[in-house]
Design a protein around this ligand. Structure first.
Ligand SMILES: *[C@@H]1O[C@H](CO)[C@@H](O)[C@H](O)[C@H]1NC(C)=O
Ligand SMILES: *[C@@H]1O[C@H](CO)[C@@H](O)[C@H](O)[C@H]1NC(C)=O
Ligand SMILES: *[C@@H]1O[C@H](CO)[C@@H](O)[C@H](O)[C@H]1NC(C)=O
Ligand SMILES: *[C@@H]1O[C@H](CO)[C@@H](O)[C@H](O)[C@H]1NC(C)=O
Length: 785
């Protein structure tokens, strides 16, 4: 029996011409040597070459020999009256169906009773309503298909992960699913051969994969010695090429370094204790017996404990005692863990969702930790106050106390020297300051003023040609920008802040102070400021190539930016924004990201400008509320425009709009289409859902090269993920950046924040009150919740 597409065949076969043992199985029809993917009677071979597969009226499959004794049966039955039929599908699934015109009902399928091979479309895992569990069972030995010792399963005790068991004991576990993949398999990436899925629902939990091109064969097999290998059939070489292996190395073996030990394949010996812990039994540990692992240097005292963050590691095993909640924030998770003395560690569950990424907690010893190249997931281990992050600064890297003393004393000497030098410098500067004060400069707050770079008003007036209208480079929400040339020939951009954006003197100075310190290649540099009377002026480096809107919204100039250039610009913006959100000391929300605020340097690199008066969020604050919404229509996220709540996610929204504008060459605001009243976001989204988003790509990048299309579609996809209505659904900038530069399968975007826009109003900054009243006529959302 051959499947309809000719991929698989079902029949009787013998192993190695041994006619005394014959099996009923399924194999790839075209592949030589014969590759069997499923065997019915693995434990009961027919003892002669004649066998009969029979289907009963009730839909039971029976495997009989000459004497009508049963060697295997399918374990299916029904009371249905239709005549059941058995079919071999082209997926390699043997099914028993009752089919009449009205209904089709599968009574039984071989995919529910796997052999040692996971085929595309098979579900590895559990059906929680029927109680059916699908595991792979190894062969006893290469020539003997009977059940061997090893099992490959989706372990659903704790947060699900793939595990290999030898009998009852675990020999390998992949680490839990983290939203992208199983945490300990960095090699598991979306690729050009297959897509993989992890489904976690009330009714069922499973892992599965599907082929992107059904004529490229791939199978995932558990060998008789307990190794899972994915093979891909190479037509050229007529052989199976190994693609991924589990376990992959020494450190993949389960709990290799014992509790609190971490395994590093590149080290010799490979096992090390986590920082803050020491070998439990040093003699054993030194003789390469790591099974007892490590123990904390300082004992826990419950109420006085803290946490230490670990990065670059595979998360501890969740199989034993872990607890999870997939909607809790990380902060809440930390508190919960802190308040329960038996909680030993916590982590975010899902690296995609970040802020609401769920909570995973461990009770008990932490095992199966290893160093990984690309784990992307941190965890926090309970440590005594002494060993936790608050006290980390003095901790030397090596565990030898003598070293620490030497390091410590040299640090002490250096610190004393630095103190002396600063004291001298400070006294000198203080003298200078007194001198300045004598000249009539009467600012308070001495320390701050000392290193704030000031420009003289007279210098700026002459540089900017008396702020002539000819020198105006642009006008933004915060004021007008003039081009200036300093006496030494340096070109600068001078921003004269408008009255609305004026703040208190101290507030202004402290903001300038910290913005001056922000340095990143994708941010325009603030050189200094000028304060005179009511004037507040900021001085930036000058960007010769104007701003992004000058190019992308113009048909002719748009041609100067081909797709590779645009992609570099998108990545540049993402990096700059990420720096503001994450890497700089203060977490900064830009609040007015738009094409006009992305400047281009002489090599067309993107530089974000106008973050000068962006609000910074306090260290661990995630969102803040403002009475004044500043920003630009078309780029404002719903929660910011309507409720005045801004967060890094409102910047992500603006970034998404910007990406879609860069790809389409159209402004979100004022976009119109004869067929509907959607704005650009709504228009792109509907085309995307219909799989037609290439239609909207800007003409000047669409023609240049067909091979760019997949990258362009990916950018649209990421853009749509960034403009999703709910801030929680939007990715963080770091994740958006990763998605842009990877080949992962991306989640399906939900509906964008704003879908329809009528009666466009000019771009302005506006106070919250005006926004709210204007809002009623300008913006309506298709499906308000
Ligand atoms: C057949 O079904 C019965 C009852 O549903 C179950 O107990 C038994 O384990 C099944 N046998 C096989 C081989 O699946
Ligand atoms: C699928 O793979 C076959 C064989 O490698 C190839 O000839 C064919 O073009 C591929 N189809 C697609 C849609 O990529
Ligand atoms: C999970 O966390 C959310 C948010 O903190 C909470 O509302 C919910 O009750 C929690 N669920 C469980 C089962 O603890
Ligand atoms: C701490 O967590 C354990 C394990 O979930 C639980 O049994 C215990 O009740 C918790 N204790 C407190 C004080 O919440």
């Amino acid at each position: 029996m051959v499947s309809p597409g000719g991929t698989f065949a079902l029949g009787f076969f013998n192993i190695k011409e041994d006619s005394m043992r014959s099996y009923l199985g399924i194999w790839y029809k075209e592949v030589v040597p014969m590759t069997v993917v499923w065997v019915a009677n693995r434990n009961h071979p027919l003892n002669d070459s004649s066998g009969l597969l029979k289907i009963t009226d009730k839909g039971l499959l029976l495997l009989l020999n000459n004497n009508n004794s049963i060697f295997w049966s399918s374990n299916s039955s029904s009371n249905l009256t239709q005549q059941p039929v058995a079919l071999l599908l082209d997926t390699g699934n043997l099914i028993v169906n009752t089919s009449n015109k009205d209904s089709e009902y599968t009574l039984w399928q071989s995919f529910d009773y796997p052999f040692d091979t996971l085929l595309p479309g098979m579900k590895l895992g559990s059906d929680l309503t029927s109680g059916l569990t699908r595991n792979l069972k190894s062969q006893n030995s290469p020539g003997d298909p009977s059940k061997g010792n090893y099992t490959f399963q989706l372990d659903i005790v704790g947060y699900p992960q793939l595990c290999i068991r030898n009998g009852e004991s675990i020999s390998y576990c992949s680490g839990s699913w983290n939203g992208l993949r199983f945490g300990g398999i960095p090699q598991l990436k979306q690729n050009t051969i297959y897509h993989y899925y992890f489904v976690y629902r009330k009714e069922e939990i499973y892992y599965t994969f599907e082929l992107l091109n059904s004529s490229v064969y791939s199978r995932f097999v558990l060998s008789a010695d307990g190794i899972m290998t994915r093979y891909v059939w190479s037509v050229e070489n007529q052989s199976w090429t190994p693609y991924l292996k589990l376990p992959n190395d020494f450190c993949d073996d389960y709990a290799r370094c014992g509790p609190y030990g971490k395994c590093n394949e590149d080290n010799s010996p490979p096992c090390e204790c986590l920082n803050g812990t020491v070998p439990k039994v040093p003699e054993e540990w030194n003789h390469t017996n790591w099974s007892n692992g490590c123990t904390r240097t300082n004992p826990l005292s419950c109420n006085g404990d803290g946490f230490k963050k670990f990065t670059g590691l595979k998360l501890p095993d969740t199989h034993r005692t872990s607890w999870l909640n997939n909607s809790m924030s990380l902060d809440k998770c930390a508190k919960l863990c802190m308040n329960n003395c038996s909680c030993m560690a916590y982590a975010a569950l899902d690296i995609i969702k970040e802020a609401a990424g769920g909570c995973l907690m461990w009770y008990g010893e932490l095992i199966n930790i290893r160093v990984l190249s690309d784990p992307q997931q941190d965890f926090y281990v309970r440590m005594s106050k002494k060993d936790s992050d608050e006290e980390e600064k003095l901790e030397g890297k090596s565990g030898i106390p003598k070293m620490q003393i030497i390091v410590f004393s040299s640090v002490l000497v250096i610190v004393i020297m630095i103190l002396c030098i600063s004291l001298i410098l400070y006294k000198r500067k203080k003298n200078q300051k007194n001198y300045r004060n004598m000249r009539g400069n009467t600012e308070e707050n001495q320390e701050e003023e000392l290193d704030l770079p000031y420009f003289d008003m007279a210098t700026l007036i002459s540089a900017a040609n008396n702020f002539s209208t000819n020198n105006i480079l642009g006008k933004g929400g915060f004021g007008a920008v003039y081009k200036g040339v300093l006496k030494d020939g340096r070109e600068i951009a001078v921003k004269r802040l408008s009255e609305n954006s004026r703040q208190g003197l101290q507030e202004f100075k402290s903001e300038v102070m910290h913005v001056v310190k922000l340095q990143h290649r994708n941010l325009v540099r603030l050189l200094g400021c000028c304060i005179q009377g009511e004037e507040r002026i900021l001085v930036y480096e000058f960007m010769p190539n104007k701003s992004l809107d000058y190019f992308i919204f113009d048909e002719e100039r748009g041609k100067l930016l081909d797709w590779p250039k645009r992609f570099v610009i998108i990545i540049g913006i993402a990096r700059g924004l990420l720096y503001l959100h994450q890497d700089s000391r203060h977490r900064i929300v830009h609040r007015d990201l738009k094409a006009g605020n992305v400047l281009l340097d002489d090599e067309m690199n993107a530089k974000i400008s106008d973050f000068g008066l962006a609000r910074s969020l306090a260290g661990n604050e995630n969102e803040a509320n403002t009475a004044t919404v500043v920003g630009t229509y078309g780029y404002l996220s719903p929660e910011y425009l309507i409720d005045g709540i801004f967060s890094t996610k409102s910047d992500v929204y603006s970034f998404g709009v910007l990406v879609l504008e860069i790809v389409t060459g159209k402004r979100n605001r004022g976009f119109n289409n004869e067929n509907h009243r959607f704005n650009l976001l709504g228009h792109v989204w509907t085309l995307f859902i219909d799989g037609k988003c290439s239609e909207i790509v800007d003409g000047s990048i669409r023609d240049d090269d067909e091979s760019n299309l997949s990258g362009i579609v990916r950018a649209i996809h990421v853009g749509l993920l960034c403009v999703q209505r709910s801030a929680e659904d939007r990715p963080s900038m770091s994740y958006a950046l990763m998605m842009l530069s990877s080949e992962w399968t991306l989640p399906q975007p939900k509906m964008p924040g704003f879908f329809v826009e009528r009666d466009p109003v000019g771009e302005t900054s506006a106070s919250r009150n005006t926004v709210v009243s204007v809002n009623e006529v300008t913006i309506s959302v298709l499906h308000p919740r």
